[in-house]
Design a protein around this ligand. Sequence first.
Ligand code: TXA
Ligand code: MG
Length: 350
Amino acid sequence: MRPLNTRVFTPEQVSEAAAILRRGGLLGIPTETVYGLGADGLNPDAVKAIFAAKGRPQDNPLILHIPTADWLERYCAEVPPQAYALAERFWPGPLTMILRRRPCVPDVVTAGLDTVGMRCPDHPAARAVLTAAGVPVAAPSGNTSGRPSPTCAAHMLEDMNGKIEGIVDGGPCAVGVESTIIDLTAVPPRLLRPGGVSLEQLRAVLGEVAVDGAVSRPLSAGERPRAPGMKYRHYAPRAPVTVVRGSPGAAAAYIRSQIRPGDGVICFEEFAQEYPGCVVESLGSAADKGEQARRVFAALRSFDATSAVRIWAQCPDEVELGLAVCNRLNKAAGFHIVQLPMDAEQRAGE
Ligand code: TXA
Ligand code: MG
């Protein structure tokens, strides 16, 4: 394919950017979670171009982005009251709901499934693009398939410059990990991907919520994940990653006992000085999971520009936003995890 001249738009130029979507082109869109690679979700040829630009397997469905919850019934059938309860509480925001689809949603969007993922993002530029486009926008994360998701326009351009017509630069993403995915066609509702809305917050609205096994363990041979995307290697830098779980102090001590000069280390800010001779990326303070979520993809991505041959990562506990941060690190590590014995304080919290 001939490279495109990818234009960078400011948020003030949204109507020009949205015109790209209306004529079937690809547009990078800032959202509060990560940057998305958008196309008109009702135009099958435009949607096919997303798969080509990302190198994404065809059996991995896309989610549709809409400006308001009123649009749900246009694309979804049998919308349960739970969907409106969640929309009321969390939309616009980092939550994707899996619902029964209507026939008007092209097969290429859903990879032939009878369900579709719906999300109403909370970023002023995304909302302006959706309103100006006047169509539901199919958008996966704007990375090349397998790489960490982009949390700023520069990271998306690293992967997509020349492959898309434009990108709206809406600054760094406020959440930093992708949306939470909840399957409302399952009974009880099932968490397929942890994200910016926590499991605890979902349970406060829905009551019982099941957690899909693929969230915290690798799939066994032949097992089919409910979110098709969960089966692919994801977020991984070139160098292999090992996640070390345990109290922050114990994990830091373990990593220090293992490192060789030139290794990469992803760690909490409090420990950043403890790995001389290593390539260190700080996730922010051990207590600040919001900051860890904002930084985790940039940290993973940064190692590809270094000569680190192995990467060690500290990881928060799985409470609240920690579940999403852990999930992304574990997936980047291909679930290569060292679990240290828990200390008394952690056991008390289990
Ligand atoms: O925050 C986000 O959700 C970002 C921004 C751009 O909105 N988008 C995003 O899309 O993360 P993507 O395609 O990178 O991840 C969507 C995940 C994939 O794992 C896909 O397999 C799953 O959602 N998915 C999509 N439709 C589904 C469906 N009908 N049933 C189950 N899983 C679905
Ligand atoms: Mg993705």
